[in-house]
Write a protein that binds this ligand. Sequence first.
Ligand SMILES: [Zn+2]
Length: 385
Amino acid sequence: MLTAGQILQLIRKGTCRTRKELIEYTGLSRSTITDRVDRLIDAGYIHESGVGVSGGGRPPSVLDVDATRRLLLVADLGASHARVALTDLAARPMAEERAEMRIELGPDAVLSWVREAFQRMLDRAGRPTGDVCGVGLDLPGSVDHATGRAIRSFLMPGWDDHPVGEAIGSMFDVPILVENDANAMALGEWWSSWRGTDSLILIKVSTGIGTGIVLDGQIYRGVEEAAGNIGHVRLRETDDRVCTCGSRGCVASLASGHALATDLGMTSSRDVVRLVHAGDPGAIARVQEAGRTLGVVLATAVSLLNPGVLVLAGDMAQTREHYLTGIREVVYRRSLPYTTRNLKIVTSSLGDRAGIVGMAVIVMEHVLSPASVDAALAARSDAAS
Ligand SMILES: [Zn+2]
């Protein structure tokens, strides 16, 4: 027998739009469907509105997700910036704030800014904390998705093992999801542009190199939450350059924005982007070469997973396609034509909003999942009795 949470999925996907369609589709009795639907309406998940296709007589009401009664709060933290958003339950942004902020300031300073920004957005929207039903935050490093702790990151000194979820959760009594930034970006790109494709790999190349993998519409994290860590594959073990991880010859030490900036005598990956935009031939050649170097590892990833899309994001996506061209060249040359026949290799369409969009979708999907909805409804009826 389908639960209320499962009934909600039929309404969300547009499989059933009226009580009558639910009865016909599920084979459940009218009283069971009425019970499930009424509980979903009372709890604010759905509402009845509009007019359905009528077979004569009074037109039936159309059931739809009520996106306005409940809200989501999300944050996207990069190495040097932070972005927060307040969205409705359909992950549509209602307010957004961005700040230059270095993650190396540490968790206390960064997370207190996030908490203040969350409160500011709620105050401006005139909405109470109680309207928030899910919170999410992504970080530029590995996270333990289950416990909401930062695991380790070479970009995030001082964050090791920090209970990020708890630090934000003190403000809210709702699910708090913590995610790696490339994972969030991958899901954001998939959701906004590639939902017709089962699988997508996103490579973020800014200061470092990160990867997010979406398989069958879900983030693939791996058993140690380390899936996608291709930046530290050691391509040239005898190379002189020491990587941020301490090894030699990692892809990141050859092809990251940091590596390029060092080679070109600059400070940051954004300086490299500026050189390319100014038409500096040395910088353009070096950027293409870096794309080819990363392409070697990506050819393996593409051969292994046969994704529909490879998305380049981060600062190197803004090098007038020079980095992308290097990747394309090598991935196509080193893979079976059969594997790459329908592969699209593109730059990010959401740019620096990919993380925040993905995080909102991750929280929405969690909050509206059958298990979460059924647990929330059970808690409501416990509280009522
Ligand atoms: Zn490394």
